[in-house]
Design a protein around this ligand. Sequence first.
Ligand code: HEC
Length: 260
Amino acid sequence: MWPRRSQESGVRSQEGRVSRPLSPPPRGNDRGRCAAHTPLDQNSLNPRITSSLAEWGGGHGDEGPSWPAFRRLGAILLIAILLLTTACYQQQMGSQPRYDPLEPSTLFADGRSARQPLPDTVARGQLHEDTLLYAGTENGLPADRFPFPVTHDVLVHGQDRFDVFCSPCHGRTGYGDGMVVRRGFIPPPSFHTDQLRQAPVGHLFEVATNGLGAMPSYASQVPARDRWAIVAYIKALQLSQHADAARLPADLQQQLEGAP
Ligand code: HEC
């Protein structure tokens, strides 16, 4: 039976193994059916398998089953179990008994599958009790100090973040002539006015946090500590354009006086 079959639809390799072309994938209604549930066709079994079955059944006289036969049978069982446990359940992952986001539900009176959080629920890691750090306020007023020491590293980081998030409108030097403004966006005020120079740092932080007028909020894009670093850099920008010569070191003051 086997040789004839392999001549028709298969290829016999040098070792005498028979390999048949793969059957096409199931279509239409057959899609969900599990191959392991179709009854086994004796003829479709590999000759090695049938021979080991014969050995197991005592096909070679009184000797009884040999160890290789045991091992082959074990392998067959293992493959059968794997097929039963894996192949059959694949399709069930496509329709899981759960709700998709915003899917309606008849279970709850309000018809929604998602529940509203209880009043005053705070997500993990979002209990922002430190108003100075997160709101820029102290006792309900804009703070006039930073929540952490302003070091050189903080300024360097602030410059980097300012150039990314603020300079498109405020310009690299803070004069309010960024690229977006040059292409028609509402111009923001220059940072180099008496009013913004004297504004408490908490006010600058608060504007970056909540936005103002045409300026959007940056709270979701720039973390609180980064916003403070940006504010520190804005103070440095302001100083760069409006420094008090009397605060310079003596040697630099002399150089300045000697300059034309
Ligand atoms: C899309 C353009 C745009 C970007 C980007 C932008 N701003 Fe503004 N900003 C504005 C505009 C417009 C105003 C003027 C708002 C008003 O007075 O109505 C403004 C005003 C301000 C003011 C002055 C507030 C006052 O009291 O007058 C500060 C401070 C400020 N922005 C900080 C920032 C910081 C910090 C960033 C970056 C995190 C930033 N801005 C990014 C457009 C922008």
